[in-house]
Ligand binder design. Structure first.
Ligand code: NAD
Ligand code: UFG
Length: 352
């Protein structure tokens, strides 16, 4: 039996492209909507090449209601996985309007278009950041949302609250809020991975660019935190595990209501532990120096992911060595990301 069609907004990006691949492998039909503001269509060409199946790609903006109406008119969509958004914390402080416009405005427009099309199943990309600085670790879904310290985090929190209100107001909706911890890694083929534009904000892409010789040294933000080695502790999980979590969440959408899940590995690792592991696996030195703390960073947090295990049958299966080996394979094979193949024409593409 043919599996249903899923709309993946932001599906050309880092997590979206890995999820599109996992969906295709699981037999789903996939329609990707992406403005390509932070992605390359090359990622989707490679997804199709790896899986040996085609998806539909529509270049368009999730804030464009007419585009969404056309899309829902042309495709019989069963559910939407909504990745599209802006995600750089520092940039969100400088450009709050852009972040609220895309992350909040885009989500509202999407929900209105879904409502008009009679599609009421939604998986939303949220973040561990919604727990805020005062939540005790490990974070559990039963804890309330906390204060946020930047417009990016606030935008995620506002969308969560909006979706919660929507579910309460209209019993037809089934919404999963997936709170990601720190996704890293890449597809084991080395063909798909994270391709940040400019200077990477996140730790692993920065370390990988040092290892491959694109950057001289890592700046470690803060070595005076109350952690074992003084550097921040995070819960890193493999992007393929995270992608698989979305398939689990889709199955849960059969049931109306709000479903909240942490997707994390449940284990905290420090910045210096990540550096050491990268050096051990890549056999490359990672020079680093300490600098003052980065604004808004919390000392340590990790997930309690038991709820996802019990209700979705999901847990992070891949370990640290796999995460780093896969990151390194991707970086080594694609030292400049997708850029060298950016002009490759892909099939099945249309503009909105
Ligand atoms: P990404 O930037 O690689 O992917 C986002 C995609 O959305 C990109 O392909 C971009 O081109 C697209 N996009 C942006 N604005 C758009 C718009 N207006 N219309 C259509 N497409 C648009 O980021 P990612 O790491 O894959 O993150 C995916 C989602 O997960 C985001 O919502 C992000 O906030 C969330 N998230 C990411 C992390 C992380 O550490 N990567 C952690 C928690 C949550
Ligand atoms: N770090 C460095 N040097 C760098 C980059 C990062 O020392 O060049 C440190 C940070 O200070 C932090 C740790 O590495 O201690 C991890 O930082 P990341 O930027 O990789 O990840 P964050 O935990 O800050 O943020 C990520 C996502 C956010 C999301 C948050 C919580 O980028 O979108 O996880 O889920 F909100």
């Amino acid at each position: 039996m043919q599996k249903p069609k899923i709309l993946v907004t932001g599906g050309a990006g880092y997590i979206g492209s890995h999820t599109a691949l996992v969906l295709l492998e699981a037999g789903y039909e996939v329609v990707v909507l992406d403005s390509l503001i932070n992605a390359s269509r090359e990622s989707l060409r490679r997804v199709q090449e790896i899986v040996g199946r085609e998806l539909v790609f529509i270049e368009g903006d999730v804030r464009d209601r007419a585009c969404l109406d056309r899309l829902f008119g042309d495709h019989d969509i069963y559910a939407v996985i909504h990745f599209a958004g802006l995600k750089a914390v520092g940039e969100s402080v400088e450009q709050p309007l852009a972040y609220y416009d895309t992350n909040v405005g885009g989500s509202l427009t999407l929900c209105r278009a879904m409502h008009a099309a009679g599609v009421f199943r939604l998986v939303f990309s949220s973040s561990a950041t919604v727990y805020g600085p005062d939540a005790p670790v490990p974070y559990r879904e039963s804890m309330p949302r906390g204060r946020t310290s930047n417009p990016y985090g606030t935008s995620k929190s506002i969308v969560e609250q909006t979706l919660e209100d929507l579910v309460h107001a209209d019993g037809r909706w089934s919404v999963s809020l997936l709170r990601y911890f720190n996704p890293i890694g890449a597809h084991p083929s080395g063909r798909l991975g994270e391709d940040p534009q400019g200077v990477p904000n996140n730790l692993l892409p920065f370390i990988a660019q040092v290892a491959v010789g694109r950057r001289q040294a890592l700046t470690v933000f803060g070595n005076d935190y109350a952690t074992e080695d003084g550097t921040c502790v995070r819960d890193y999980l493999h992007v393929m595990d995270l992608a698989e979590g979305h398939v689990g969440a889709l199955n849960r959408l059969g049931q109306a209501g709000l479903h909240i899940y942490n997707l994390g590995a449940g284990k905290g690792l420090s910045v210096l532990q990540m550096v050491e592991a990268f050096e051990r696996i890549s056999l490359r030195p990672i020079p680093y120096h300490f600098a003052p703390r980065r604004d808004g960073d919390l000392a340590a947090f990790w997930a309690d992911s038991q709820k996802a295990e019990q209700e979705l049958g999901w847990r992070a299966k891949r370990g640290l060595d796999d995460m780093i080996a896969d990151t390194w394979r991707w970086q080594r094979q694609n030292p400049h990301g997708y850029r060298s193949e950016i002009n490759v024409k892909s099939q099945g593409t249309s503009k909105c």
